[in-house]
Design a protein around this ligand. Structure first.
Ligand code: MRU
Length: 325
C-alpha cells in the first residue's frame, strides 16, 4: 500500500484529497505557506496527517531560516494554528520545534522519525482494536460502520479505525462495511470507499442520516471511528456526525470503538466542552458539486467536528492502551 505523505528532496509529496475519487493527483508542498494552505483546504486532512505535514513544515522553515530562530518559531506557530481541533497538529509541530537548537538537520530528522513512527503506531493500534472488535462482535463475519476517513489518506500509513477494519478484513472477519458519506465534504464516500475499494473489502455507502436506521434494523455489529482530540476524561472530538452515531449505538447496544494514536490525547483538557471546534465556511454546505443547493445568502451552521462524551464510548484504543468506557 503506498503511503499518502512523503518527503523527497526538500518537498512534501502528498495526495490532493480534494480531487478524489475523480483524480489521484500528487501535490508538492515546498513552503510553509503551501503547507498551511494544504491543511486549511483539506488537501491534506485527518489528524495524524496534518500533524506530520505540520512537522515537515517546521523543517521547511528551519531550512529556509537557518540563522533566524524567531522566524522558525513564528512559522511553527502559524502551522500549529492552521486548524484548531486536532491536537496532533500542535503536538507534532512542537515536537519538531524542540530540536531547533540542534539545527535544521535535527528538525528534519525529528519530522522524518515521526513519519516513520506513524506506520508502527497505526499497525499496533489497528491490531489492538481489531482484537477488541473481534471479541466484542461475536463469532463470524461482522457488519461494521465507520464515519469520515481514518485510513491511509488520514495518516502516513495504514490508518487507525480504517486500519482496524482492514486488519479484520485480512482475518476474514468483515462481512460488510457501511460507510457514512460524511457530509458536507464526503470524506466517507470519496476517500474511505476509495480505500475499501482498493483493498477489495465489501462496503456500502449510506447517507449520514441512514446510519441510525441501519442500527435500528440490526445491520451493524460495531461502530469504529477515529478522533481529533481526546480529553483527560475520555471525551472525543471527531468529524461532525460522530456524536449522533454514538447516541444511536448506545440506544441499540452496539459497541462504539474509537481508534486513535496516543498523540491524539490532550490530557491538559478536562472535558469535551473545552475543545475548540472548528467552524468552516458556509459554502461547503450550500454548494454541492459546484451547484447551489440553498437559497442565495442562506446562513449556515457548519461545525467540522462534534464531541462525544466518554460515557457513550465502549473503548478508546491507541498503540499503547485500551481505555474502556
Ligand atoms: O476534517 P477532517 O477530514 O480532517 O476530519 C478528519 C476526522 O475527523 C478523522 O476522523 C480524524 O482526524 C481521525 S483520522 C485518523
Amino acid at each position: 500500500m503506498p503511503t499518502s505523505l512523503n518527503w523527497d528532496d526538500g518537498e512534501i509529496i502528498t495526495v490532493d484529497q480534494r480531487r478524489l475519487p475523480h483524480e489521484y493527483r500528487t501535490v508538492h508542498l515546498r513552503t510553509v505557506d503551501d503547507v498551511i494552505d494544504a491543511i486549511q483546504t483539506l488537501t491534506v486532512r485527518g489528524a495524524p496527517a496534518i500533524g506530520l505535514a505540520g512537522a515537515l513544515g517546521v523543517a521547511l522553515a528551519a531550512a529556509r531560516h537557518p540563522a533566524d530562530r524567531a522566524a522558525v518559531h513564528a512559522a511553527a506557530e502559524r502551522l500549529a494554528a492552521a486548524r484548531p481541533t486536532a491536537v496532533n497538529l500542535r503536538w507534532a509541530v512542537d515536537r519538531a520545534l524542540r530540536r531547533l537548537s540542534e539545527g535544521p538537520g535535527a528538525v528534519l530528522d525529528e519530522a522524518l522519525t515521526m513519519l516513520r513512527e506513524d506506520g508502527e503506531v497505526n499497525r499496533l493500534a489497528a491490531r489492538r482494536a481489531a482484537d477488541l472488535v473481534s471479541s466484542l462482535g461475536g463469532p463470524g463475519a461482522l457488519r461494521l460502520l465507520t464515519h469520515c476517513n481514518t485510513g491511509r489518506f488520514a495518516t502516513a500509513a495504514g490508518g487507525t479505525a480504517l486500519g482496524a477494519i482492514l486488519d479484520l478484513a485480512e482475518r476474514g472477519r468483515v462481512a460488510e462495511v457501511l460507510v457514512d458519506e460524511t457530509r458536507p465534504l464526503l470524506q466517507g464516500s470519496r476517500l474511505t470507499a476509495w480505500e475499501l475499494d482498493e483493498a477489495k473489502v465489501p462496503y456500502r455507502i449510506c447517507v449520514d442520516s441512514a446510519a441510525p436506521a441501519a442500527m435500528a434494523r440490526g445491520m451493524v455489529d460495531c461502530v469504529l471511528v477515529g478522533a481529533d482530540r481526546i480529553t483527560a476524561a475520555g471525551d472525543v472530538a471527531n468529524k461532525i456526525g460522530t456524536y449522533g452515531l454514538a447516541v444511536a449505538a448506545a440506544r441499540h447496544g452496539i459497541p462504539f470503538v474509537v481508534v486513535a494514536p496516543e498523540s491524539t490525547w490532550d490530557r491538559t483538557i478536562a472535558q469535551g466542552s473545552d475543545i475548540v471546534v472548528e467552524e468552516r465556511a458556509g459554502h461547503e454546505v450550500t454548494v454541492f458539486g459546484g451547484a447551489a443547493v440553498a437559497p442565495a445568502g442562506a446562513r449556515v451552521f457548519n461545525p467540522a467536528f462534534d464531541v462525544t462524551p466518554a460515557e457513550l464510548i465502549t473503548a478508546i484504543v491507541s498503540e499503547q492502551h485500551t481505555v474502556r468506557g
